[in-house]
Ligand binder design. Structure first.
Ligand code: FPP
Length: 254
């Protein structure tokens, strides 16, 4: 559905992308909604609303390109410290997004997943999220993985607790704890680590995002604010990624 219309579009940037070397997993820190709104003398909530529009475009493009996983940082464990009405607005926006977009996402074969302390989200958001995850679980297209009440340190501690429990119950041998075992105890279990991480609005920080998984990820920081991010910026970031020389700590012998 999305793909058919997209294929009719002529995009020069697409010619620069090598299909065999697409990132399998793209992770995005969607930063700058507040500044986008401030520049326009609008309330911050309008920045978040515009941020949802950018997200819709990016999901569509990732799906059309054949990207396997897109992880977006929608709400961090630290974001609870924002004013109560902003937190409430972001939660409502999430519920609204899922409610409005589920059908189209489903028709386009998107799988919805979520990572983070989901049990602490408002009940309404949890209900909508569980429904979306369940509805789309047998799809085979893009995995849209939404990080909600997510923090890398929280995730790591959670994994340590899980593995410790397995050690105590005799299910896990200490000597057999390796990177694979640890990865499997994270919320991202079963997903490949991100190849490309994009952060908008020029900040050079990880902000507690996917601390374990980003070990060898290529990072692209873009000056544009998140609501201004669109198809062109995403394709530019992928082109930049494809020019990188990934050695994973080794050297090239050729
Ligand atoms: C960072 O901008 C953005 C967030 C904390 C929230 C991201 C949320 C969205 C893009 C929309 C909601 C998502 C879904 C899945 C419906 P900021 O507010 O920190 O911006 P600033 O740094 O300019 O203040």
């Amino acid at each position: 559905m999305w793909l058919k219309a997209w294929k009719q579009k002529k995009m020069d940037l697409l010619d620069q992308i090598v299909p065999e070397r697409l990132p399998r997993h793209i992770a995005i820190i969607m930063d700058g909604n507040g500044r986008w709104a401030k520049k326009r003398a609008l309330p911050r909530s309008m920045g978040h609303r515009a941020g949802v529009e950018a997200l819709r475009k990016v999901v569509k493009t990732c799906s059309n390109l054949g990207i396997k996983v897109l992880t977006v940082y929608a709400f961090s464990t630290e974001n609870w410290s924002r004013p109560k009405d902003e937190v409430g607005f972001l939660m409502t926006l999430l519920t609204e997004y899922l409610r409005k977009e589920l059908q189209e996402l489903h028709e386009n074969d998107v799988v919805i997943r979520a990572i983070g302390g989901l049990q602490d989200l408002p009940k309404e958001a949890q209900r909508e999220l569980n429904n979306s995850i369940e509805r789309t679980q047998n799809n085979t297209g893009l995995i849209l993985n939404i990080a909600l009440n997510y923090g890398g340190r929280y995730e790591i501690i959670n994994a340590v607790k899980k593995i410790s429990g397995d050690v105590l119950s005799g299910k896990q041998q200490i000597d057999a704890i390796d990177e694979e075992c640890f990865s499997n105890a994270l919320f991202t279990r079963g997903l490949p680590d991100p190849d490309l991480m994009i952060r908008t609005s020029g900040e050079m920080r990880l902000s507690n995002f996917l601390l374990w998984q980003l070990a060898y990820t290529e990072i692209v920081v873009i000056d544009e604010l998140w609501p201004d991010f669109g198809e062109k910026a995403l394709l530019d970031a992928i082109i930049a990624f494809q020019k990188r020389d990934r050695r994973f700590g080794g050297i090239h012998t050729d």
